[in-house]
Design a binder for this molecule. Structure first.
Ligand code: SAH
Length: 218
């Protein structure tokens, strides 16, 4: 095993299994995705640490445990088309690609989207499509989605996401103000007009900026 495989196995054992991540497919996906490929060269030694890390444009690559928790809650399967809002480095999209049939991921920073696109292509993640835009409007082109997973925290679940969610589908998203009390919400579309909401506890994400998120100053 390479030093990175050893670090990943340790990450899965100590950060995920120990904290209650159970789905064997999720654990397997987390064992496979080379997280060190998604951070800057000077941060490679910290890639498997139990924390988020900075990426370009003042954004972050989420903590491994949070990615696993969100992906497990989304209950992905091979038939699913998933929408991710907030591509960032592309790491979480790669984890989703290990579990779902197709992943569309939206990033508002064109530069981040471009680097993520190149990185995912280089690593062979052909089922991921990276698009630039305001993800608070979803991405109607590939709807309906069996799962919508957001890596940025808004004031409420955008109407557009509910419109683009399949019956039986799930939205997994942080909700709450920048630097304030945020929680991880799981919204399931039980039927055409019935939603069920669950709270998975406190989290800390960068703000969801856009038309149905917080106002963006740029
Ligand atoms: N999933 C990423 C985490 C990225 S952090 C990873 O694994 O690396 C969240 C990202 O959401 C940031 O890159 C930020 O630019 C982006 N973001 C914030 N608001 C957005 C919006 N309305 N549409 C698309 N992306 C958004």
């Amino acid at each position: 095993m390479s030093e990175y495989e050893i670090a990943r196995a340790r990450m899965v054992e100590r950060q995920l299994i120990y904290r209650g991540i159970r789905d064997p497919l999720v654990l397997d996906a987390m064992l496979r995705v080379p997280r060190h490929e998604f951070v800057a060269p000077n941060l490679v030694d910290y890639a498997y640490d139990d924390r988020p890390l900075p990426i370009e444009d003042g954004q972050t690559i989420s903590q491994p445990y949070i990615v696993a928790l969100m992906v497990e809650a989304a209950r992905l399967d091979r038939d699913a088309t998933v929408l991710e809002v907030g591509t960032g480095s592309g790491y979480a999209a790669a984890v989703m690609a290990e579990l779902a049939g197709r992943v569309v991921t939206v990033e508002r920073h064109a530069g981040l989207a471009e680097s993520a696109r190149e990185r995912l292509a280089r690593l062979g993640y052909d089922s991921v499509e990276v698009v630039t835009g305001d993800g608070t409007l979803g991405w109607p082109g590939a709807a309906p989605y069996l799962a919508i997973i957001a890596a940025a925290s808004g004031p409420r679940v955008p109407e557009a996401w509910l419109d683009q969610l399949a019956v039986g589908g799930r939205i997994v998203t942080p909700l709450g103000p920048p630097r304030g009390a945020q929680h991880l919400a799981v919204v399931t579309r039980v039927s055409e007009d019935e939603l069920h909401e669950e709270n998975l506890g406190g989290v800390s994400f960068v703000p969801l900026l856009g038309e149905q998120g917080w106002p963006a100053s740029d």
